[in-house]
Design a protein around this ligand. Structure first.
Ligand code: NAD
Length: 347
């Protein structure tokens, strides 16, 4: 059965409100999670609602944060998110970028005391649709062993860059973990009772495993391209963690299994007006750039060459029209989360 965007939004918002998020924060959080599902990335969507609610209940996410924005200069801001749910802090940062790039051209926003914010690409997409080129960085709980070591320490720390294309609704959004796969795929497999694909993950002794439980309990995944991926994950830990005042070097807490305190995730956002040097000529040149790539001879059986983010935009548009299918186990988990706070409605 397909579920409509508006029905899911209403339901998740209601759950978050029952868990004492403000109406605004419930709406923002629900929207980003549902957008992940509708973009074809269910690993970073509503499958995580129960985790966020569990952390709110245990006072590890602050449902009513007093988020402080410190203006360091007209183009540099430092946010203390007061352990808010990650999507709220990241959305505030994105809005700052959009507002201040108009006047100041280039903006830097660092965030500390935040939490897991889901898909980087959704914040980047929002900014790119307003004409910005943007980099988003976040660190994450330990899961990648630094190159040459056997202990997971870096997170799957995604790197994300976006910019407008000549189609404002379909920006270029490169949004990728610095690991060979993302950890959400393991959590998702566990939740829906599936095994992992071979080669995806390792157990705590470094042996390959297809069991998500073994991988998630002290196991690890490889960085992309060995030492290069390890270097990128490290760079992101420095930018997002060391420089913002957030946790770093393996201290970001696992949102599912580490209940010893708030996660204190860090994010860093850098943005500027994409057409700052060229004005209207930017659109012409980005179009020329993309068309050149798309016209190259294609590999056998490939129907179309896409730029990063293009297919997600199309999938989201289609799903918003038709609705999405949600795995029954995820629906069951959502309904249990709702019932735990006395909500009688179900989806
Ligand atoms: N918040 C966190 O702590 C955290 C940590 C890790 C990952 N994530 C999120 O997980 C999500 C998934 O990450 P991932 O590494 O699995 O991404 P992925 O491997 O699915 O995609 C990586 C990038 O490649 C592009 N791409 C994929 N297939 C393509 C194709 N055929 N042609 C052209 N481009 C293509 C995608 O658009 C995307 O930009 C991301 O949104 C990321 O932000 C979040």
């Amino acid at each position: 059965m397909k579920i409509k965007y508006s029905d899911l939004l209403k339901y998740i918002e209601k759950i978050f409100i029952e868990y004492e998020l403000s109406k605004l924060h419930a709406k923002i959080s629900a929207k980003y999670l549902i957008d992940a599902d509708f973009s074809g990335v269910p690993t970073h969507g509503i499958a995580r609602v129960s985790m966020y609610c569990m952390r709110i209940k245990k006072k590890l996410i602050n449902p009513k944060p007093k988020i402080k924005i410190k203006k360091i200069s007209p183009s540099i801001f430092h946010i203390d998110a007061d352990n808010s749910i990650g999507m709220v802090a990241a959305d505030i940062a994105t809005d700052l970028l959009i507002k201040h790039t108009k006047k100041n051209g280039i903006i830097l926003v660092g965030v500390k005391n935040s939490g897991h914010y889901g898909m980087s690409g959704l914040f980047a997409e929002k900014a790119a649709k307003k004409g910005l080129a943007i980099w988003c960085y976040t660190n994450a709980p330990p899961f990648i062993p630094p190159h040459g070591t056997t202990k997971p320490l870096f997170g799957t720390n995604p790197i994300c860059f976006a910019c407008p294309t000549n189609n404002i609704d379909e920006p270029f959004v490169l949004d990728m973990s610095t690991s060979s796969t993302n950890r959400g795929k393991l959590q998702y497999a566990l939740k829906i009772g599936k095994k992992l694909e071979p080669g995806m993950a390792f157990d705590k002794n470094g042996n390959p495993t297809i069991d998500p439980i073994k991988a998630l309990n002290g196991g690890m995944i490889a960085p992309i391209a060995t030492y290069k991926g390890s270097g990128l994950a490290w760079m992101i830990d420095i930018i997002s963690g060391v420089m913002t005042g957030a946790n770093h070097s393996g201290k970001v807490k696992d949102p599912y299994n580490d209940l010893s305190g708030p996660q204190n995730v860090g994010h860093m956002f850098i943005a500027f007006k994409a057409d700052i040097f060229l004005g209207n000529n930017y659109k012409k040149r980005i179009k020329e750039n993309i068309v050149t790539v798309k016209k190259l001879p294609k590999k056998r059986n490939l129907l179309k060459v896409c730029y990063p983010g293009e297919s997600k935009s199309k999938i989201k548009l289609k799903n918003k029209k038709n609705g999405v299918v949600v795995d029954p186990k995820i629906l069951e988990d959502l309904n249990k989360t709702a019932q735990a706070v006395g909500l009688t409605i179900k989806i």
